[in-house]
Design a protein around this ligand. Sequence first.
Ligand code: 5AD
Ligand code: SF4
Length: 470
Amino acid sequence: MNQSDVLATIAQREFVNKSLDLLTNKEKESGKKLTASVITFGCQMNARDSEKLAGILVASGFELLEDTEDADFVLYNTCTVRDNANQKLYGHLGEALSRKKKNPEMLVGICGCLPQEPSALEKIKKSYSYVDLIFGTHNLYAFPEYLSRLLSGERHICEIVDHADNIVEDLPVIRKYPFKSGVNIMFGCNNFCTYCIVPHVRGRERSRESTDILEEIRKLAGTGVKEVMLLGQNVNSYGNGIDGEISFPELLKRVCDIDGIERVRFMTSHPKDLSEELIQTIKSDEKICRHLHLPLQSGSTKVLKEMNRRYTKEQYLDLALHIKDEIPDIALTTDIMVGFPGETAADVDDTIDVIKQVEYDNAFTFIYSKRMGTPAASREDQVPEAEVKENFDRVLKCVQDSAKKQSLRWQGLVLPALVEETNTSLDGYVTGRLSNNMIVHFPGTPGLIGTIVPVRLDECRGFYYMGSRV
Ligand code: 5AD
Ligand code: SF4
């Protein structure tokens, strides 16, 4: 952390104390405990941010309610990567209004990616004027300050900035799981894929210093964390822009060396930056999970070029097949988009060809969504909906066939599973996650949660296994 980051952290800690005083007084006046809830949309980055927001709420004296919108303060941590994420939020906001009518003291906040997009921000201000607090991705660290202003009676707070001044470390966090945690290693994205709003709402790429990251993970390990997921929009360019900083593979090695850390995951890798050093690092250290998410987006070299992905179909195939050759027990997953402007049925045939050759273990398939301000949105050759739907169904079928076939390859093996929770639908069962990210349900007691145990994979049921402890 530089000096400005240290000062910003100290200032925010003081705001937490101020909120705590204000909240204690309010509770005395009203005679009841005040509750808060964070509702999360979107990716792993947002999930991690929500843990920080929840930590600040609890440190400020709120009782945290999980996943409910009945709290005295509801904070929506939003996503805007596709339009359906926006629509989902608007639906929730409509419902929030009816609750607010019944309870005028209720506070509603919005943060995250969506308000960073100017037209969405305008819409919120105009159509949902009862929202009490709006802030974006770059000033999440200042939530303690905004909260203390809310608790002092201020309303209609709207603080959006277009770049980050500080990387504030060490604010309180409430983790969803005691035994695993996400760890941000970088923020933002510099790739400017022509369909993507992320660089516009999350800003330019900024890596955290490796000493800060490793210190955070040492502390996490000290509290019982066994698995960490290193988070960034493009982890393979970790360290760019910091003089003398270590590479991503080196960072992985150092994380693996931390006592108590038994599993390391990371997300997301851009294929253009994935190095041989990374492949060899994964191969040589069993602590690095056998799962790689390698977004393809399209299998057509023409479409990839127009998306500004900076690889061809052949380069992607060479890379993916090489990784599978080097690390045969790795599970490869991907993101695929259908309906990018100008995409033809022949382009989609190329995508299907890549799926068939790579044989993904799983894939997220998305219909292209026009995002205001991105180059692709202003193209005249948007693909008609019916054509997109037909192509999407073809891709989905191929992805499902591949995932089904790949799931079967673990049948009968005994693999270590990190037990994450008790199974809510099967009495006496727990649910564990394998290194390759597959889920296995097996008989077990809640005492196993947070431990890594060997499990035989008895029966494949599509995307998960039924197993037994050995
Ligand atoms: N439309 C549809 N999908 C998108 N993604 C990113 N931007 C868009 C968009 N405009 C998908 C990409 C990315 C994933 C996180 O979301 O596949 O990898
Ligand atoms: Fe959504 Fe992307 Fe923001 Fe994540 S980074 S919350 S996926 S818009």
